[in-house]
Design a protein. Sequence first.
Length: 80
Amino acid sequence: MSTSPFPSQLQMHHQLATTKTPEFVVLQNIATRQKFFTTNNPTEDQCLDCEGNVVYEVIAYANTVEEAQIILFGQPQHVF
């Protein structure tokens, strides 16, 4: 079992499924594979560009900036 103080992605997804609407969404551009996160707006389709074309896919949702960064970059590596 992991002793990391940070939740695993599975734990984060479970937590998000049982809590309020997530604050952030992590997206990936379909063509370039570039990943980023932005504020989650559940009232609009965030996979679309301004012309209505599907250009992004949802990678994950996060409640905090730290969770979104972990999804994008992985767990922080501590160097002592």
